[in-house]
Design a protein around this ligand. Sequence first.
Ligand code: BGC
Length: 486
Amino acid sequence: MPEKTDAATAEKTELKKYQPLVYLTAFTAALAGLLFGLDVGVISGALAFIARAFSASTLEQEWVVSSLLWGAVAGTLISGVISRRYGRRTTLLLAAAVFALGSILSMLAQSAGILIGCRVFLGLAVGMASFTAPLYLSEIAPARIRGALISMYQLMITIGIVLAFLSDTFFASYFKFHGVTGGHWRIMLGILVVPATVMFIGVFFLPESPRWLFLKGRKQEAGRVLARVRADGEEIARETAEIAAELEQENAGWRMFRRNGNFRRAVFLGIGLQVVQQLTGINVVMYYAPRIFQAAGFADTAEQMWGTVLVGVVNVLATFIAIAFVDRWGRKPIMYTGFLVMGVSMCVVGLAMPPAAPLAAGEVPVRAFISIAALLTFIIGFAASAGPIIWVICSEIYPLAGRDFGITCSTATNWIVNGVVGLTFLSLLEGIGPRATFLLYGGLEAVFIIFFLLWVPETKDVSLEKISANLLAGKKLREIGRGRGT
Ligand code: BGC
């Protein structure tokens, strides 16, 4: 026991050696996650007002929601090239500028079509941020706190979503109180220019990634940055050697994908993981929460919006469960539990829903409460498992040489499937009804447990080098996390 305490104290002392700059840098980069969350979350509260303002059809509404996601797919794909050529910091700056400009343009949109175009533009920023921020974080973070810093990024996404829900609810209530009709959505979307500007200013003062500086042959500058963000000379020397070895194999992603079947398996696994994350149906809840509350029987707009805020808060809080247990229990036990919880609760949401939408106001409130409780349980299941852990596993399974390539593929997949889900939900709701829609998503969770059983490795306590060596040696995917080694 005392030994354990000693080890813990030693670890704390060790961690303390990192300069505040590391945390400040990580925090600022994670602001990209905040903006990602803000832009994803803002639409749920604004949608009803936009639909009213432009008399938008179901299809137009689905496009207003999902246009951002298609922009994000393009943003992810171009940021591989931009961040390689111009640097991670420049890409983050560009993302912040596009965020700011996109928010103003969306606020001024004069038709549903123009708004859809503005949201594609905004999506470019979201995609650039979702590719670059975790990459920058992983390059600037000391190895020992890397996992925590990447989880912080997911935490920021969830905080962004809840802040957007809150801001939407605030403006809706404020305008209602003052008897203002129409125009709510403009201020809801436009206000995001404020955090975007804060991010731009913050990122302006960030150091460039040392790894990228090395890549560009700017070794002295890289050394200076490392000296500011690493604990001691020994760590700097070790990392410099690692970066040098890594650079030998740079740019090998696409070539490796074509030539190396083992690497291809990892790429497909990453793609599969992100498909699974999105098909849990999480964003159905994130984008359409007020609509779901309405379908469940809450007729009042204020009830729907406060319910949505509750969804956001639960999403933030439950993320801490994953952060606390991911390195203790391992990834897979958390995922099995999470998918079980999500599957059961989605089915309960479905069964408690009326068979066809919409429900008349005030009908069967008990049933409405059951479905909302189940919806919140679903969010806990997701935020404690698939939310952060899919991003973590995706950052662990690729060999260094193919990492940028692998992450581009899996992140782009995240946005593509996200777009498909956003684009089909209202049609499903209207076509097969809320009950069948939620039962469909519930059934999928069971299929995903099988996916995890068959293909996903446990990567807790295993070094990335070991995972990579196992993969390239041809071990089965679910076994590439076998064997320890740091
Ligand atoms: C997902 C997003 C989702 C968010 C919700 C992220 O991990 O990739 O699509 O909106 O979690 O918290």
